[in-house]
Design a protein around this ligand. Structure first.
Ligand code: SF4
Length: 431
């Protein structure tokens, strides 16, 4: 299949747009002027069940939803659109709304590595043994965009891309040599696998020379959004050769595959792609967020994990959605998330117990929502720190926060795990 990408303007020229119910077309027109939108022909033709729109999970995974904006902003934008104003007049208002929606990503003092007092561009160090790398070409785009993505401002903002990525493949080398405690390097983006194999190799090669780096991780949703990347794309064989080469250099290669719904795993092309990757010796570990209206039942997750196991992959993380949308429309309440995880585990093969969840992501503190307990007739959520920034020394600690059936928020996890207070005075108990 030849890759064809549709933006918010080119999608409007397709038969799919014409077939959308009128209300959905209006929502698309308004929302895609503010938020990111990109879809490809494989997703349109193979993954979305158009008869089930607007409730189809893959449709919801791609298309922006009305709840992403406040009711006031949505209605105002809709009215402006209907009034027939030209784009030039609309743009200042769209920009104002857009700025309000910019996601705020937390950082700690240690999360941006420095050398000689200078920040190293495109490198993030969340935990003691791993760094994330953002080479410039990898941070630009993906094969399709997920509606819940919190990295969306990067997609069209060249300045933001340049400020948070690096161009020279050797840029991270000196830092990594000075920090032999860092054993894992994660290439991330947007999606690193939109790049051709040659450019990927240019960025990965200098890292392979560093003895103390033992694990190369590549984070990608390409198996879900474009499995042809590993089967019929021009450089598919070259990419798989690169996977073999990384391992021949003595590194473990971990493919962090992002899947949201079992449908992404059901067609023959993705199965073929998974087989080809596994034949290189690469381990595919799967992760994805729990998202309102897309995968928010225990069956969604048991089906997903069972399919991953059947295809030889390792279920790894069920994330609590990052909640960077200021209307919180993608995150579900924590109590419900926990119940979905626990119920889903009961329905899966024991082999799927490798998965940790629900786990808070992107708070620079990887925290497991581990259960609910009752002490003196009071209920608490049990939170366990799986990984924490080195300055916090929180790893392994357990904290309790008051149970609330409706809350979507556990508060500031970085501050929570810094605290040494007990339950007597603080509502927070450290065990
Ligand atoms: S594939 Fe990843 S980076 Fe790309 S839109 Fe989806 S969540 Fe965002």
């Amino acid at each position: 299949m030849k890759f064809i990408s549709y933006s918010n303007t080119t999608f409007k020229k397709t038969e799919y747009y014409q077939q959308l119910p009128e209300e959905e077309r209006n929502i698309f027109d308004v929302l895609s002027s503010v938020f990111h939108f990109k879809v490809n022909n494989y997703v349109l033709e193979n993954l979305i069940d158009w008869d089930a729109v607007p409730n189809d999970p893959i449709y919801k995974l791609i298309f922006p939803r009305k709840e992403m904006l406040s009711a006031v902003d949505f209605e105002t934008l809709k009215m402006l659109y209907r009034s027939g104003l030209d784009n030039k007049t609309l743009i200042p208002f769209i920009q104002r709304v857009k700025r309000k929606m910019y996601p705020e990503v937390k950082q700690t003092d240690t999360s941006i590595p420095k050398m000689n007092g200078e920040r190293i561009r495109g490198m993030y160090s969340n935990f003691g043994t791993i760094v994330s790398l953002f080479p410039d070409p990898m941070s630009r785009t993906c094969h399709s965009y997920c509606s819940y993505c919190f990295r969306w401002i990067m997609f069209n903002d060249k300045e933001a891309q340049q400020n948070s990525s690096y161009k020279d493949p050797n840029e991270p080398v000196a830092f990594l040599r000075e920090h032999p405690e860092i054993t894992d390097v994660l290439f991330t983006g947007a999606d690193p696998l939109v790049l051709n194999a040659k450019i990927l190799q240019k960025y990965i090669d200098p890292i392979l020379d560093i003895e103390s780096v033992k694990v190369i991780r590549i984070s990608s949703k390409s198996l879900g959004w474009w499995p042809f990347r590993f089967t019929t794309d021009k450089d598919a064989d070259e990419l798989l050769k690169l996977f073999r080469y990384i391992q021949s250099r003595g590194k473990h290669l971990n493919f962090c595959a992002h899947f949201t719904h079992v449908r992404e795993l059901e067609n023959e092309e993705v199965k073929k792609a998974i087989t080809r990757i596994r034949e290189t010796g690469t381990v595919i570990r799967c992760q994805g967020p729990l998202v309102e209206g897309i995968n928010d039942t225990p069956e969604d997750w048991s089906n997903l994990w069972n399919a991953q196991i059947a295809l030889g992959m390792v279920p790894y993380y069920m994330f609590i959605e990052a909640d960077h949308n200021s209307e919180s429309c993608f995150r579900i309440p924590l109590a419900k998330a926990l119940q979905i995880f626990q119920e889903a585990q009961k329905k899966t093969t024991g082999l799927a117990r490798t998965v940790r969840g629900p786990v808070f992501m992107n708070d620079l503190h990887r925290t497991l929502l581990d259960g609910v307990i009752t002490i003196n007739d009071e209920r608490f959520f049990v939170l366990k720190s799986l990984q924490a920034p080195p300055d916090i020394e929180g790893e392994g600690k357990i904290k309790l926060i008051p149970f609330d059936e409706h809350t979507k928020d556990a508060g500031n996890l970085i501050e929570l795990f810094k605290e040494e207070k007990d339950i007597v005075n603080s509502n927070v108990l450290m065990l």
